[in-house]
Design a protein around this ligand. Structure first.
Ligand code: HEM
Length: 439
């Protein structure tokens, strides 16, 4: 059994902070010395996974630091080392736009948060227990930046949980944070249906992966206990989504069913495989039951969960090939104010600002975007993309299998738009010290 160096792995990789709010700051270093001075000061505030677990009850804020390829170079990582990082990370998300489905309205030329800029070097992620703590940290960080020469804030994003606050959910109202891969050695017992724990090397550099390989760009002092993160900021068009539900469902019950069919789960979180006809909120809230299903035996035709729904695409479970090599850790939060029920679309930006964490961006995140989300013929569906995150241009369909006649929705609108994104390297704690001490 692998022992994870959880005192060296950044907390975000293995744990989820109990944060109600937070902020991302996107930074650029005008000089290596300035970047290193900033890093030397902030790295003391970064929790390891072990430290986070030990003091989570009393802590109020959790900090994560990660770098783009250009950021590693800006801090002074030499060319020989940079050349050992994977191709897709070296190119960055913008160069991969077409393959990721970031075309049309989703294209990086429309992103307004400067994450598409080659000057983007680092992200600092703050998760805070409450707004007062966030404000305190934000002003502390502003002071640090003011004291460091040559560090510029390109943009920021404030995070807010959406009401009701009892459980995590997105602006469309779907309960989230239900399904995560279990990692061998991480110490968490997998909930029923999560699958056997996967080798740590699927998510953390320096450990054997499912094929027994250890991936480690050089030098090890920079990469061991690190990982890669794909950042996605996606606006959710809540007014459009609710209009769509009303258009396709006559009663509130029918509208809930349409919402469930797009996701594969009721908005309560209850999986359609286990509750095909009627919502079951107690099931949705129960981690011992809400993942305990498969597709091959329990719903091969998609009569419960349409083949094209978001969760069936993003984790085809026992109907997918090579699944142990394609799982992803999901972290992040919602941003923007909730749109009150019954209110008209107000044009205010709101959505999900998420991180997909994996050891191989190309094998895990990019495959999910390219094939699962955006291949029109995935599962032989013909003319469909993921109804939540696929690139929708209004010409595609969504099929809901049903006996005796299936329902086919044509002209599916885009419920989300990509507003920002980047690839980051998430170093371990010792590696942060290595970076800060480069000369
Ligand atoms: C606005 C954007 C998105 C929304 C609203 C959204 C919403 C959701 C919700 C509500 C769930 C069900 C809860 C759960 O199973 O934990 C889910 C599951 C999932 N999503 Fe997303 N998601 C979004 C973007 C993404 C992206 C960009 C990816 C990766 C490329 C992704 C990958 C997944 C995966 C892997 C699962 C778990 C499926 C399973 O294991 O059954 N999602 N998402």
């Amino acid at each position: 059994m692998t022992t994870l160096e959880s005192d060296d792995i950044q907390h975000i990789l293995l744990t989820r902070a109990p944060a109600m709010t937070g902020r991302y700051e996107f930074l650029s270093f005008k000089s290596a010395a300035g970047g290193r001075a900033w890093l030397s000061a902030i790295m003391e505030k970064v929790h390891s996974a072990k430290a986070m677990r030990e003091s989570v009850a009393q802590d109020k804020r959790w900090v994560t630091v990660a770098f783009t390829f250009n950021g590693l170079r800006a801090l002074g990582v030499d060319d020989a080392s940079l050349a050992t990082f994977p191709e897709e990370f070296r190119q960055g998300m913008v160069a991969r736009a077409e393959m990721l489905g970031d075309t049309g309205a989703n294209h990086p030329s429309h992103w307004t948060d400067k994450t598409s800029s080659p000057d983007l070097h680092a992200i600092v992620i703050l998760f805070a227990r409450d707004a007062a703590e966030r404000d305190r940290c934000v002003s502390e960080h502003a002071k640090l930046i003011a004291n460091c020469q040559d560090v510029e804030v390109l943009s920021t994003l404030d995070l807010e949980a959406t009401p009701p606050f009892e459980y995590a959910h997105d602006h469309f109202g779907y309960r989230d944070r239900l399904s995560q891969p279990a990692i061998e050695g991480a110490g968490d017992a997998p909930t029923p249906g999560s699958g056997a724990p996967l080798k740590a090397g699927e998510f953390i550099l320096g450990y054997p992966d499912e094929n027994g390989h250890i991936t480690l760009p050089q030098p090890e002092s920079l990469t061991r206990n690190g990982s890669f993160m794909a950042y996605r900021r996606m606006d959710e068009h809540v007014g459009r989504f609710r209009d769509f539900l009303r258009e396709h469902g006559k009663t509130p019950e029918e509208q809930e069913l349409v919402a469930a069919k797009l996701m594969g789960r009721w908005r309560s979180g209850a999986p359609l495989v286990l509750a095909p006809e009627k919502d079951d909120p107690a099931l949705g809230a129960d981690p011992q039951r809400n993942n305990d299903f498969n597709y091959k035996q329990q719903d091969p035709q998609g009569y419960a969960v349409p083949l094209g729904s978001h969760i069936r695409r993003m984790n085809p479970r026992d109907t997918g090939a090579n699944m142990s090599r394609r799982r992803m850790i999901r972290r992040g939060a919602t941003y923007g104010p909730a749109l009150p029920e019954g209110a008209a679309e107000d044009g205010v930006e709101r959505g999900i600002a998420a991180f997909v964490i994996c050891a191989s961006l190309v094998r895990q995140f990019e495959f999910a975007q390219n094939v699962w989300a955006n291949d029109k013929n995935f599962h032989e569906l013909g003319n469909e993309r993921d109804p939540i995150i696929g690139n929708q241009d209004g010409t595609l369909e969504y099929k809901i299998p049903k006996r005796p006649i299936r329902k086919k929705i044509t002209g599916l609108p885009a419920f989300t738009t990509v507003r920002g994104g980047a690839y980051f390297f998430l170093p371990g704690l010792k590696a942060l010290r290595h970076l800060a001490s480069l000369s």
